[in-house]
Design a protein around this ligand. Structure first.
Ligand code: FAD
Length: 263
């Protein structure tokens, strides 16, 4: 079972700084950590390898400092790391990010590491869209199971999973290869062992540019992003409430009027 785990560097604090000119997150690498959901994703992959054999590759798109975090992933059980790092990737929205990650997955397959399973966190604690897993599955033409709470059973051809749904859970089976996204509590990530820390220092982490993974320049970074952030701001909190009277139809009409007035 070969697994690729998508791991994102996120700020370790809630003090996210925005560039006031470009309206993008300032990513200078200071105080960044691995997205907590992705540590759980890594643990899922490492347990599958322990159960079924194969390999685990941690894949990230980010600034050069992210290599430090991929080394932490090695210390926690990944066999290798791949970092997609290139100015051309900068300013990516989720579509451009998932395209770049798909290029990384294909590049690994061409090099002989064909993934049976791609594991993502359910969401990143900074961007918070939960879009990358499903978009990546779409880009790779693979089935996707989101919000996995438990891996119930696994063999080389399929997984049986419990996933969260509104008000409960459901059990699904998926044929491999596939993409899954996992919730944080899917399992407890292990701490690095001493041998793991040593492996993290010298283990293989490859840093690849956009041309090296065959990424089309028109599909990556700002150029490949159909959505752009126009302005970022903390929303003003209104404490006033307006009571609307009448039956349901009158209340609905009053609410529409309030919304249209921007009240
Ligand atoms: P989610 O979808 O919440 O993450 C789910 C999982 O996907 C993660 O747990 C992880 O497994 C995987 N994943 C996510 N990102 C990565 C990654 N980089 N490497 C490896 N795995 C990953 N950012 C900018 O810096 N500049 C911009 O101009 C910019 N514009 C944006 C415009 C829009 C409209 C949006 C929605 C986002 C924009 N972003 C920008 C943020 C950027 O798109 C996100 O950082 C990135 O696409 C990941 O999305 P997310 O954080 O919502 O991840």
């Amino acid at each position: 079972m070969n697994c690729i785990v998508c791991m994102k560097a996120v700020p370790s604090t809630t003090n996210v700084r925005m560039d006031p000119v470009t309206n993008t997150i300032v990513r200078d690498g200071r105080q960044s950590v691995l997205n907590p959901f992705d540590l759980s994703a890594l643990e899922v992959a490492v347990r599958l390898r322990e159960h079924l054999g194969g390999g685990v590759c941690a894949l990230s798109m980010g600034i050069p400092d992210t290599e430090r975090l991929l080394r932490d992933a090695l210390a926690r059980g990944a066999d290798r790391g791949v970092l997609l790092s290139d100015r051309a990737f900068a300013g990516a929205d989720t579509l451009a990010t998932s395209y770049a990650l798909a290029c990384g997955v294909r590049h690994l397959a061409e090099g002989g590491f064909r993934a049976d399973l791609v594991v993502c966190g359910k969401m990143a604690v900074d961007g918070d869209t939960a879009q990358i897993g499903p978009e990546l599955a779409c880009a790779l033409g693979l089935p996707c199971v989101t919000g996995v709470e438990e891996v119930l059973d696994a063999d080389a051809r399929r997984l049986r999973l419990r996933r969260e749904v509104d008000g409960g859970s459901e059990v699904v089976e998926v044929c491999l290869p596939a993409v899954i996204t996992v919730v944080k509590d899917v399992c407890n990530p292990r701490l690095p062992s001493i041998a793991g820390v040593r492996f993290g220092q010298d283990g293989p982490v490859e840093v690849l540019t956009a041309p090296q993974v065959g990424a089309d320049p028109t599909h990556i970074g700002l150029a490949g992003s159909p959505t752009q952030v126009l302005r970022s701001f903390a929303p003003e909190r209104a404490t006033e409430a307006t009571r609307v009277a009448g039956d349901a139809a009158a209340q609905a009409a009053a609410i529409i009027e309030l919304v249209e007035r921007g009240a």
